[in-house]
Design a binder for this molecule. Structure first.
Ligand code: CMP
Length: 144
């Protein structure tokens, strides 16, 4: 049987602190780690713009972002949350604008890596697809 290396065990422990990945096995986390690109974001930066064509899925490792649509605040997203899934799973235009309200650290994936991420871990697939349904329902209520 293959034992995880010390480095891999540290990596798995640090990724598991992100709530999107809290139910993942070490093997799933090793696969996921190879897909992620970490970025540091300044306070005030716009990460996604409503109506733009979307290419990235973003997971928040640290910090907070505000989600707005047509100037209406839809929510705040914090550590462990994620955004950008709707344009990758549905119509390609972003449904909302997401801006950093403080310095952030995020993990990003491109569309191919996003598909890999959903295949890598059933728990991630469930959380992301549930968020799409919940957020679409909320937005329909707010803008009906
Ligand atoms: P996407 O449409 O790709 O880009 C904007 C993102 O904002 C969207 O994906 C979701 O991740 C996020 N988003 C949209 N509506 C809501 C909402 N009601 N609550 C939280 N996040 C949302």
């Amino acid at each position: 049987m293959q034992r995880p290396t010390t480095k891999n065990r540290h990596m798995a422990a640090s990724l598991r602190t992100i709530s999107l990945f809290e139910s993942c096995s070490d093997a799933e986390l090793r696969r996921i780690d190879g897909l992620l690109t970490r970025l540091e974001i300044e306070a005030g930066q716009t990460l996604l713009s409503e109506g733009a064509i979307g290419r990235q899925f973003v997971i928040i490792a640290a910090g907070w972002a505000r989600v707005t649509r047509a100037g209406v605040e839809l929510g705040l997203l914090g550590p462990g949350s994620f955004f950008g899934e709707m344009a990758l799973l549905g119509t390609p235009q972003r449904t909302a604008t997401v801006s950093a309200i403080c310095p952030m650290v995020v993990e990003t994936v491109n569309p191919g890596e996003f598909r890999e991420l959903l295949r890598a871990a059933p728990s991630v697939y469930e959380k992301v697809t549930r968020a799409v349904v919940d957020r679409a329902a909320m937005n329909e209520n707010v803008f009906r």
